[in-house]
Design a protein. Sequence first.
Length: 213
Amino acid sequence: MFTGIIEEIGIVKGIGRDRLAFEVVEALEGMREGDSIAVNGACLTVVSLEKRGVSANITAETLRRTNLGGLHRDDRVNLERALVLGGRLGGHLVLGHVDDTGEVMDIKGEEGGQVMRISAPAKLMPYIVDKGSIAVDGVSLTVAAFEAFSFSVSLAPYTMEKTTLGVRRPGDVVNLETDVIAKYIERLKERSRSELTFEFLSEYGFTGGADAG
C-alpha cells in the first residue's frame, strides 16, 4: 500500500529481462530485501540492496500494463516505499497495481503551476470523477476536469520539481491507477443492477403479486 507521495527520483542503472536496477539514496533507509517499492506507481519487490542502489523483480504482466518496459539507462523514475502502518496518509490509498497507461496530450501553464491533460482508456473513465483522486506515474493527484476519453490534473511547482511529471512532454506515456474506492463502488453498483430482478422484487414484496388488493 502506498500514498502517492513521491519520496525520491531514482535513476535507472540497469534493465534486464526480469529485473530493474536503479540508483536511490533517501528511499533506502529501512529498506530490506523482499520489501515493496513503487516505481512510477508500479509495485515491485526488492531483491537486492547496495550502498546506493536497489534491484527489483519485474514481471511480464508489469511490462504489459505499465511504461516500465520503455525505460532506458539513466531515465528518471518516481520512487515511494510502502506505507508504514500508522504513518501519515498524505495523498490517497494507492495499491501500486497500475490499471493501464495513458498519454500526455498537452500541458498548459497556469498561475502557480501547470495543467496536464492525459488520455485514458475507456475502461478507466467510470472511475475518474471531478475532484477525485488518481495516481499518475505513482503521483497522487486530483482530477481537475474530465472528458469522454481524457482528464486534466493541476501540477503545483513542488510536484513538478520533486517528481518526473515536471519533465513530461506531450506524447509521453504515463502509468495510471484509478482510485480503489471508486472501483469498489462501481463493482457494488454492477452487482446491485444484476441482482435487481423481478423475482427478487417479488420475493421481498415490492411487486404486489397476484393477491395485491
